[in-house]
Design a protein around this ligand. Structure first.
Ligand SMILES: Cc1cc2nc3c(=O)[nH]c(=O)nc-3n(C[C@H](O)[C@H](O)[C@H](O)COP(=O)(O)O)c2cc1C
Length: 204
């Protein structure tokens, strides 16, 4: 870490704007970072609306070398470029992850598809792909109705760990409120306690 003010990128992916546990937990983590790091800033990115699935033309543009891209191809990549810039600028990545149908929300998958960019966030080497976003720390706040994090039914967190590692983010912490369908309070309180016990002084 440098001594520059901490840049925090907060990704929200719950389709619920009110009553969302993952948003509530992610906000709590962000507040803790702000309280303990003077000058820290938060960029909030809500991925629920506005991100389109990648298209055939988008893939073509993405794999065309930057200097050979047409204006139309550059336009197609604009949103992705913006998301990649946000991610590159972040020291700390906070992700709110509701479990939907045993996996990540489609909105978060759309964001993932837009930020996994060859030559930008990872590159191919003779030894295999290499993530290019090094030195960042991610904290993921998970909410689920019943699926326990790390159980065989959880196809969200292993996947997210894989994807983040693929682009170079290997310092990933999960805090989770699971089993909310049967008990909305106890798992939430436990997650809050877990969040309050995290280290906010140091980043990756
Ligand atoms: C469309 C949908 C699908 C869901 N699928 C699952 C699931 O597969 N497993 C599970 O444990 N909970 C599931 N849930 C419950 C959510 O994970 C739970 O409500 C969680 O609190 C959602 O996050 P949020 O509070 O941030 O919106 C689902 C909820 C919705 C709305």
């Amino acid at each position: 870490m440098t001594n520059a003010p901490l840049n925090i990128l907060k990704i929200s992916s719950s389709s619920r704007s009110g009553g969302s546990v993952s948003r509530q937990l992610t906000d709590r983590v962000a507040q803790r970072f702000l309280a303990e790091n003077s000058g820290a800033t938060v960029v909030a990115r809500d991925v629920v609306s506005g991100l389109l699935p990648i298209s055939e033309d988008w893939i073509g543009a993405s794999f065309t070398p930057a200097e050979q891209r047409s204006e139309a191809q550059q336009d197609l990549l604009k949103v992705s470029d913006e998301l990649v810039s946000e991610l590159r600028a972040a020291d700390i990545l906070l992700i709110g992850l509701p479990i939907y149908n045993f996996g990540v929300p489609a909105a978060l998958k759309a964001w993932i598809d837009l930020v996994c960019r060859a030559g930008e966030t990872f590159r191919y080497t003779e030894a295999g792909p290499e993530g290019l976003l090094k030195g960042k720390r991610a904290i993921v706040s998970v909410a689920s109705g019943g699926v326990p994090v790390g159980s065989p039914m959880d196809h969200a967190t292993n996947y997210l760990t894989q994807v983040l590692g693929f682009i170079g983010i290997t310092d990933v912490t999960y805090v989770s409120a699971t089993g909310l369908a049967s008990d909305p309070e106890t798992p939430l309180r436990a997650a809050e306690t877990e969040i309050d016990g995290l280290d906010y002084q140091t980043a990756a």
